[in-house]
Each structure stands twice: as structure tokens, then as C-alpha cells.
Design a protein around this ligand. Structure first.
Ligand code: SUG
Length: 449
């Protein structure tokens, strides 16, 4: 019996969750730019998923949302006066900026960091590099608070090592675990770390998308692998197909997902699929379990179906030793091609034996599915015990957090509401209380004034 497991740490949706069309290249974000949102429902949909996974026996953690609107950023950009005056000025002079500093985008914790489990690293500790998210302004302001939350959650330096985000320039554009997968036989053993990039920053002749941005560079992935002390033989790099980025696949986790010895991906996901397979098999070497490539053909499920349904933005989780369950959003059930494919998949002898559907509509409408909402961290038993105990999901925490949402969250938010000084007060009051519920200490700028 093996004591290491993969834990999932989901981002709790913050009180200012809204749709502002901030993510060029992300189809859902642009499509829903003028919709009203429901922060209360969004937070509850996320909590339901966390609780269901905890009830299925998975280690499930919670990562706190950030302070929004982010007044320190507005002050840095020259807005001054009281908080209320800053809000009044920014909504008049630069309303889109107010929307950007109000986004609850930190909920997508697959973009919080890249994590290397202790089995893979030279010093035997779990390594975290916070993602700089430099491609989108509203997300580039996340990494400082994300780092503080990760340090408060994984505090013991005997087990955990934290790296600052890479330089905040396009050359080192880093989107964290959304472009990173780890394969292994058992979670505690040395695994293969698979980094997928959108382009090479220092090679202008390299293939790249032409309509939408490549958010992750090879150079960023290489820097993370170096910092984490990974053995080069256990690292595989692959380039995402630029055409699918141009179709709206802004992160690799919108078109591929992996777990242990299974790689589930779309036929068009990679620039060179044969090379990707060969490199993974070489790194897999003579491990005893077979490696499964589950390639979904375009004539069964198109790239458009993938983007619309988020089939691959699913969580692929091991149940027991060999069976895996796929956690998918409701949009997969609603798409006939995808649903037909999934039925045939579970009936085949592939390791994915079960599919579970969750309603995550509020997050999905901004382009965030089940896999976006979670950061995977494989942990040994000792490492699990070293995690801040207050951030684990359980019956008690589920009740507490639902009541907390009921006390503080609105059930409707439109862009015009973001300038309401009352929303800032509500948000800070909620987060101040949350730091106590999750025993995080003072992590927010407003708590340090
Ligand atoms: N695929 C992963 N791992 N994460 C999904 C992130 C979605 C996020 N959407 C947004 O930030 C939209 C915000 C808005 O438009 O209001 C993004 O594009 O970065």
C-alpha cells in the first residue's frame, strides 16, 4: 500500500466574481462579457464539487480568494485619495481597469503555480513556483497574494519549498499547472514532468499562433524545471498546436489531461503528436505499468466541441489502484458528440471507467472548468500532515463555508456594481473572516494597513 496521494486544492470563488471579457483568446470570457454574474451561486458550485470529492475519499483542500477590487494596484497606477475616492475616479477615468482589478480570476488555481512533488525533486521537498500570469493584466496582479496563500498553506520548510514567480515579461510567460502534467506509477515515486508550451520566446522562427496569444513559453517551463531540481531525463517538453490556440485553446488543460499512466488528449492538441508520444515513452522507460495514450479523434469530437464542452478540462482521478474517474462539467453532457464519446470511453477497456458531472456554470462562463478550479499537489502522508489543517474540506468546513457565503455574497453582480464602495467593504469583511476560518494569518494588503 502506498501512502502518497494526489490532493486537489480548489480556489474558493471570491465575492466579486463577474464577467468582464478580460481574456482575449478565451472564447467564453469574451462571449459572456456583458452577462450579469451570481457570486453566491459560483462559490456554492465550487464548494459542492470540493465536498463531493472529499466524500469520494480524495484529499481536498481550499485556497482562499484574493482582495478585490485591488486598491493597491489602483494606487500604484496613480489613483489617490480615500478608498471611496479612488473607486469614484477609476470608474470615471478607466472603467475597464476597475473591472480588471475586480476580477475573481484567482479562483482558477490551476494557474496559481507549478508544483513538483517530492518524489521528483533533488532535495526531496515539494516545490512550488507561483505563476506570473503576465499575459493578462488582471491575472498578473495575482502572484504576490497567491504566494502568500501558498506559503501560509504549505508552511513547513522541511517539506515545502517556495519559489517566486519568474520575471514578469512575455519571454517568461508562465501560466502554472494549466500547462503541466505529471505522470507516474505511484504518487510517491519519481515521475515524469510534462511541460507544454505555446511558443519559444527567444526563437522568432519558432511556430506560434497568429490570432491569439501563446501564454506559456518554453523558456518559462525550463526555468521552472531548473528551479525545482528536476532530473532532465524525467522532464518532457511538447509544443501545443498553434492552430488550436488560435481556435481558443488558451491553456493546454483545455485540450489534454493526464494522471499517473494515462494521457487523455485530443488528436490536434500537440504540434507533433508522434514526438510527444515517443518522448513520454522514453521517459517512462521500463516501469512495469503500461502507459496509456487515449487520443480523441477529431471526427468523433471536434476542437470546437472541446472548447464548448471543456471535455479535457476535466479532473482525471485515480480510484483505488487502476481505475480512474473523470470529473466533467455539465456542458459535456449537453454536447451530443462529447457525451456519445464519453459513453463509448467508459465502455472500452481504457482506464477511465466512470464519469461524474458537475454544474460549474458560473465559472465555465468565464472559461474555467473543473480542472481550472484546482491545483494538484501529490503529497506523502507526512507532507499531508504538514499542510495547514484548517484548509482541508470536511463536513464541518463545508457547513462553515456555505454559511460564510450566505452571510457575505451577493447573488447578482454587473460591471456597474464594481464601483460600489459597499462591495469593497463587504469583500474585505468576508475575507477578514475567512482568514480566521482557514487559519491563514494576515495575508491581505488591507489587513496590514
Ligand atoms: N484553463 C485554466 N486552467 N484556467 C482558466 C482560466 C480562465 C481565465 N478567465 C478569465 O480570467 C476571464 C475573466 C473575465 O473575463 O471576467 C483566464 O482566461 O485566465
Amino acid at each position: 500500500m502506498n501512502s502518497a496521494t494526489e490532493a486537489n486544492f480548489d480556489g474558493l470563488v471570491g465575492p466579486t466574481h463577474n464577467y468582464s471579457g478580460l481574456s482575449f483568446g478565451n472564447v467564453a470570457s469574451l462571449k459572456n462579457a456583458t452577462q450579469g454574474s451570481n457570486p453566491k451561486a459560483a462559490a456554492k458550485q465550487g464548494l459542492e464539487k470540493m465536498k463531493a470529492l472529499a466524500d469520494m475519499g480524495f484529499a481536498q483542500g481550499i485556497l482562499a480568494p484574493h482582495e478585490r477590487p485591488h486598491l493597491p494596484t489602483l494606487r500604484r497606477l496613480g489613483f489617490s485619495g480615500s478608498d471611496q475616492q479612488v473607486l469614484e475616479k477609476v470608474v470615471k477615468q478607466a472603467p475597464k481597469l476597475l473591472a480588471a482589478v475586480s476580477s475573481a480570476s484567482c479562483m482558477w488555481t490551476a494557474n496559481a503555480a507549478t508544483v513538483s512533488p517530492s518524489g521528483d525533486t533533488q532535495d526531496g521537498r515539494v516545490h512550488f513556483t507561483t505563476a506570473n500570469l503576465v499575459n493578462k493584466f488582471h491575472r498578473s496582479i495575482e502572484h504576490e497574494t497567491t504566494a502568500a496563500i501558498l506559503r501560509a498553506s504549505f508552511a513547513d520548510s522541511q517539506y515545502f519549498s517556495h519559489h517566486n514567480a519568474l520575471p514578469s515579461v512575455e519571454h517568461f510567460g508562465d501560466e502554472g499547472a494549466a500547462n503541466h502534467t505529471r505522470f507516474c506509477e505511484h504518487y510517491n515515486e519519481a515521475g515524469i514532468e510534462f511541460f507544454v508550451y505555446g511558443t519559444k520566446a527567444f526563437d522568432q522562427a519558432a511556430p506560434r499562433p497568429t490570432s491569439f496569444p501563446a501564454r506559456q513559453t518554453l523558456e518559462a517551463s525550463q526555468a521552472v524545471a531548473r528551479a525545482h531540481g528536476l532530473s532532465p531525463q524525467q522532464v518532457v517538453y511538447a509544443q501545443q498546436n498553434p492552430d488550436v490556440i488560435d481556435a481558443g485553446v488558451f491553456h493546454n488543460d483545455v485540450i489534454a489531461v493526464g494522471n499517473r499512466n494515462a494521457h487523455f488528449y485530443h488528436q490536434q492538441a500537440f504540434l507533433d503528436t508522434a514526438q510527444m508520444k515517443q518522448d513520454l515513452l522514453t521517459a517512462w522507460g521500463d516501469r512495469t505499468s503500461p502507459f496509456h495514450f487515449i487520443e480523441v479523434p477529431s471526427d468523433a469530437v471536434s476542437v470546437q466541441d472541446c472548447i464548448q464542452s471543456y471535455l479535457f478540462n476535466s479532473q482525471l482521478l485515480s480510484r483505488g489502484d487502476d481505475n480512474m474517474v473523470l470529473i466533467v462539467p455539465g456542458e459535456c453532457q449537453a454536447n451530443p458528440n462529447v457525451w456519445r464519446y464519453l459513453q463509448s470511453l467508459v465502455e472500452s477497456n481504457a482506464p477511465i471507467q466512470e464519469v461524474k458531472v458537475f454544474d460549474l456554470k458560473q465559472s465555465m462562463s468565464n472559461g474555467g472548468g473543473p480542472a481550472c478550479l484546482r491545483l494538484r499537489v501529490a503529497l506523502t502522508k507526512a507532507e499531508r500532515q504538514a499542510v495547514n489543517p484548517a484548509i482541508w474540506m470536511n463536513d464541518e468546513q463545508f457547513i462553515q463555508l456555505n454559511q460564510w457565503v450566505d452571510r457575505h455574497y451577493r447573488d447578482r453582480l454587473v460591471e456597474a456594481d464594481l464601483a460600489d464602495p459597499q462591495l469593497l467593504i463587504e469583500s474585505r469583511t468576508a475575507l477578514d473572516e475567512l482568514t480566521q476560518l482557514l487559519n491563514l494569518g494576515s495575508i491581505y494588503p488591507f489587513q496590514k494597513i
